[in-house]
Design a protein around this ligand. Structure first.
Ligand code: ATP
Length: 335
């Protein structure tokens, strides 16, 4: 079979614009599965060859049979994975790009930590009990979408004060707060070429934390502000070129460590804070395409150098699929 015998499908949300555009640029017919709220947007952009509507993301399975008939390969992204649960994703029968097994590692903070530790990466310390807090910590609630309700304290007393206002009963972790700059590194590990690529970098634009500095410290105090990390968008970053060797090596070690979890391939992201001493602390692994690649729908500085033609992460996925089809190795990149 050739690429023309397959279609590329995704859920209309998150990184769908670059996934669909990239697939089309690689010669695939495309399908956008959209809710009524999102459909007009993707139609307006002429983003796909075909649009299939579902009343809500939870109804995704109602169109699975149709996607199978179309011989579609589904490209997952965070919106799909967040709205459907892991069991549902594991049961999915439509062709699925990527490793389903790693989703369990990624969604379980302890397993994720083990993987990152096995990769030899520096991680922020975790405090088992508030009594041990001896430095600034960030308290993260498990179900907190977009970091809502996270808070920063520096000792047990402050922690207890803050917890008095906490009513959800949600599980949390107490993590060392790293003072530095956040950086999200986007990688692509190709199973076809066994090569790791750096696709780009971003930082997030989060409300209100990214605007608190716009008012004087005394006004911040007066307003009695609570910091929140609700993501609004992504800002491109180009790193100091001398940092690239370390960033490559962190990616390579992560791919090696992920062999225990069934392998990490395709796009992934290391989310980190870099201190003034240039120590890289990784606080999260995303084992899939991240929204931080969206600014590079044409190309990033890095993909432009390597490919000398438009190459987004979405298109890179489609190219990998095209090459896998041509080499009769598609099963190696489907979950
Ligand atoms: P995601 O959407 O990636 O699953 P999230 O929105 O639930 O994650 P995080 O990404 O873990 O939350 O963190 C939210 C914000 O807090 C980010 O801006 C991040 O830079 C910052 N942050 C997270 N962990 C730390 C840490 N240990 N030290 C300093 N800042 C941190």
């Amino acid at each position: 079979m050739a690429a023309k015998d397959y279609k590329i499908a995704t859920l209309g949300s998150h990184t769908a614009l670059q996934i669909l555009k990239g697939a089309r640029d690689e010669g695939f017919e495309t399908i956008a599965v959209c809710t009524p709220q999102m459909a007009p947007v993707y139609k307006n952009f002429r983003a796909a060859d075909k649009f299939i509507e579902i009343s809500s993301v939870k109804d995704f399975f109602s169109v699975e049979e149709q996607l199978i008939r179309e011989n579609a390969i589904l490209i997952p992204h965070a919106s799909l994975i967040t709205y459907l649960n892991l069991d549902a994703i594991e049961r999915m029968r439509v062709m699925y790009y990527g490793n389903k097994k790693i989703l369990r590692w990624e969604s379980d903070r302890l397993l994720e930590r083990k993987l990152l530790q096995n990769a030899g990466l520096k991680l922020p310390r975790i405090f088992d009990s508030p009594a041990g807090i001896d430095r600034p910590v960030i308290v993260k609630f498990y179900g907190a979408k977009g970091g809502k309700g996270y808070f920063v304290v520096k000792n047990e007393k402050e922690f207890e004060e803050k917890m008095k206002q906490e009513t959800t009963g949600e599980q949390y972790i107490i993590q060392e707060y790293i003072v530095g700059v956040p950086l999200y590194a986007h990688y692509f590990y190709s199973r076809m070429s066994s090569e790791l690529e750096i696709m780009g970098f971003d930082k997030r634009y989060e409300s209100n934390v990214d605007s608190i500095g716009r008012i004087a410290a005394k006004d911040q105090m007066n307003l009695n502000l609570e910091t929140s990390y609700n993501i609004v968008g992504n800002i491109p970053v180009v790193v100091r070129e001398s940092l690239l060797p370390q960033i490559f090596s962190m990616g390579t070690e992560t791919v090696k460590a992920a062999e225990d979890a069934g392998g990490l391939f395709g796009p992934f992201c290391l989310e980190m804070i870099i201190t003034p001493q240039l120590d890289f602390y990784v606080f999260e692994l995303s084992a899939r395409i991240v929204a931080g690649t969206n600014p590079y729908i044409a190309h990033s500085p890095y993909t432009y150098v390597r490919y000398n033609e438009p190459m987004s992460t979405g298109r890179r996925i489609a190219r990998e699929i095209r090459e896998a089809i041509a080499a009769d190795r598609l099963d190696e990149i489907l979950g």
